[in-house]
Design a protein around this ligand. Structure first.
Ligand SMILES: Nc1nc2c(c(=O)[nH]1)N[C@H]1C(S)=C(S)[C@@H](COP(=O)(O)OP(=O)(O)OC[C@H]3O[C@@H](n4cnc5c(N)ncnc54)[C@H](O)[C@@H]3O)O[C@H]1N2
Ligand code: MOO
Length: 393
């Protein structure tokens, strides 16, 4: 066994030392929020032709200030194919190709047109080239579009669609199976008998991990029984198997002994982390296993710090760890112990306020928190106004 109480950083590094999932090619609609698996170049030029940016008239700048005779019309999708001659103007609409010979567009609000004659009613365009988007203003065919490792935001999907890509190479989405363990647990919607509580962690973690990009199967509740648990662990067909509860050292905490019995390779168990000390990670056959502690806040924080980053990493994200920023304290904090702590806190205009109670069973506090304050191992006491690291929720 590795030494106890690995640091959070070391544990994250171990967990993420594995290659991402392979690529698949999917339609644009299925690529949203996924990560590009290859460098892509533009296949098209945008705009593909010099296009009018306004409704008005295309003219030759050298013929300013007019008048012009109107020789035809061009609309988006309906080009005019002639060559504009001296003192000729073309009625043109936004998005239409600017005809050969023209170099400037006058907006229609600056003109008067009658019996085929166009005159200016105001000073007109300020310079040659006004209101024309040159071909390739946005991008040119052959130029690099987006590199591998890019997360496909809505704007990036739009860019690649415009650039001629109808399907995209993306990393496969990790499949995650959630298993809650504990004889006290009953599913949401049940009336708990004496000694029972609702298994709330499944719904919470399924939502968190789905939002992170995984395909989540919630396998429900498994009793504290070695046989049953071993069977459930072995039958999960997933890239990541997440167990909830039973990670600690009590007589009914079976995750560690059952995994060991199944021949799982353990990466770590027990971290210098609060909440979530008994977090466990390893591999069972080809499946990554993460054993989360059962306390709801511990389970949530460990999922945020370990399972979500593993999902992002396997999905091809080169920056899988939670984004940290700084905020100023509105209340003092005592010195921290030797486990990195994650305090539930609210954000306001004056800074970040730690919740007065930090019990790892309290969902009311987690549900109202906007952020976690990250307190490094052995951090000294911190006063009001001092900057601390936070992770937004
Ligand atoms: N002697 C020691 N006892 C404990 C230690 C320790 O180091 N020595 N560690 C404590 C810490 S820290 C934590 S965290 C807990 C976590 O232990 P487990 O992972 O074994 O969790 P359980 O005992 O199964 O459950 C803890 C708590 O959470 C409730 N729970 C469990 N699953 C769910 C669920 N799916 N939905 C909602 N709530 C759940 C469970 O009923 C318990 O109340 O161990 C400490 N003990
Ligand atoms: O770390 Mo436990 O997660 O303190 O409650």
């Amino acid at each position: 066994m590795p030494p106890e109480r690995l640091s959070v950083d070391a544990a994250q590094a171990r967990l993420l030392a594995t290659p991402p999932l392979p690529a698949e090619t999917v339609p644009l609609a299925d690529a949203a929020n996924r990560v590009l698996a290859a460098d892509l170049a533009f296949r098209l030029t945008q705009p593909p032709f010099a296009a009018s940016a306004m409704d008005g008239y295309a003219i030759r700048w050298q013929d300013m200030p007019g008048p012009w005779s109107v020789v035809g019309e061009a609309a988006a999708g309906h080009p005019w194919t002639g060559m504009l001659g001296p003192h000729e103007g073309l009625r043109i609409f936004t998005g239409a190709p600017v005809p050969a010979g023209a170099d400037t567009v006058i907006v229609q609000e600056d003109t008067h047109s009658s019996a085929g004659t166009l005159t200016l009613t105001r000073s007109g365009p300020a310079h040659a080239g006004a209101h024309i988007r040159p071909a390739g203003l946005d991008f040119a065919a052959g130029a690099p579009a987006l590199p591998a490792g890019t997360r496909l935001t809505p704007a990036r999907l739009g860019l690649l669609a415009a650039g001629g890509h109808a399907t995209l190479p993306v990393h496969c989405r990790p499949r995650v199976t959630l298993i809650a363990t504990g004889d006290e647990l009953v599913p949401p919607g049940t009336t708990p008998a004496p000694g029972q509580i609702i298994s709330s962690n499944g719904a919470m973690l399924a939502a968190l991990l789905t939002a992170t990009g995984a395909i989540v199967t919630d396998a429900g509740i498994v009793a504290d029984d070695r046989e049953t648990l071993a069977q459930a662990l072995q039958s999960a067909d997933a890239d990541i198997l997440v167990t909830i509860g039973g990670a600690s050292v009590g007589d009914h905490d079976l995750i560690h002994p059952v995994l060991t019995g199944l021949g799982a390779r353990l990466d770590f168990w027990k971290l210098a982390l609060k909440p979530g000390k008994p977090l466990l990670a390893g591999t069972l056959g080809g499946t990554r296993v993460i054993g989360l502690p059962g306390n709801p806040v511990s389970a949530f924080v460990c999922a945020l710090l370990f399972v979500a980053p593993l999902i992002r990493h396997l999905s091809g994200d080169p920056h899988p760890l939670p984004f940290t920023e700084t905020a100023r304290l509105t209340a003092p904090l005592p010195a921290n112990g030797d486990r990195r702590d994650h305090l539930r806190a609210t954000l306001g205009p004056d800074g970040v306020t730690p919740a007065p109670r930090q019990d790892s069973s309290m969902l009311t506090i987690l549900a109202t928190a906007d952020a976690l304050i990250v307190r490094p191992e052995n951090a000294p006491a911190a006063g009001i106004g001092e900057a601390v690291h936070i992770i937004r929720l």
